[in-house]
Design a binder for this molecule. Sequence first.
Ligand code: ATP
Length: 353
Amino acid sequence: MTAVTISRVERTFGAVRAVAGVSIDIRPGELFTLLGPSGCGKTTLLRMIAGFCDLDGGSIHFGERRIDTLPAHRRNTGMVFQNYAIFPNLTVAGNVAYGLKARGVASADIGRRVGRALELVHLGGYGERQPFQLSGGQLQRVALARALVIEPDVLLLDEPLSNLDAQLRLDMRREIRTLQQTLGITAVYVTHDQEEALAISDRIAVMRAGQLEQVGQPAAIYRTPATPFVAEFLGATNLLTGTVGGRDGDLLVVDVQGCRFRVPAVEAAVGSTLSFSLRPEALQPVAAGHPGHTVSGELVAAEHLGALLRLEVRLGDGPPLRVAMLDDGQVAPAIGRAVTVAYDPARITVFAP
Ligand code: ATP
């Protein structure tokens, strides 16, 4: 298992600083995801690890070995692309064998290793098929087998599921994760899909404009985002801004749109502005007079989504508060009625003033 150490890596294209001094320590055997919106630099960083894009500064090591000065074919990485990048004129087996032939592996070994790689991705018996005879999901499995057959030190995946339909994406992401864990291979995974990143990763780096916004385990960055950008990028949330009204024990009282929220205390003067994130599922409609921490407003929207009920509660002039809950049939979502919602201050993330 190989650690990947990315140190102060830089890359500029004209006026664009695509990767602006990024440092990451990826642990051996970890599936590490680079997550961020289009243009944040995640693909450029992956391509620099693969050797398809030069660095302007910094270094990349696999274990003790510095690799950013080596040509791509000497880094021992396996790469899976969004568009599969399968050679159309080779059979499935020919595609998978390609990297082994290039490395001069003996042909008896090639047959055995290709067969085993195809078994791994559940394509045993497909070796003699032509690529045009395969579905998108099967093509991506061939690409995965081709990347794994060389026994790479690091597996690199660039939006590998983006061309697949919804159900296949779920199946394939589980398969990739299972394979990566079974083989104990270090993997770097690029996606702009937060749900995919949360589901598949050991750790995630959220990128924005060429820089790291936050690095952490999926649950940690979802529950305690470091910035409003991370909070919003990882899923629906209520980003609220208000004025500090005073202290109440371990909590600060913050006035938001005429409502009083109690949030975990940070250093902030009375009268100063404070922002915080409160996820919709951390809010719960309750009866008026509920003893816990509550705010009240007018129900302005309700959506039944099968298992979930989504509500919007207008507090004042700002955007309504979003509430998401399991639909147990107990809440009568009559638009226009007054509702009280309870929250647990411990589930509020306050951003540094
Ligand atoms: P996407 O998901 O859309 O691919 P990304 O987060 O992977 O986005 P990059 O592809 O790494 O982002 O691009 C980062 C920035 O660098 C963008 O502004 C992009 O336009 C620019 N860029 C990337 N490659 C090149 C290139 N070869 N020439 C010029 N600009 C480039």
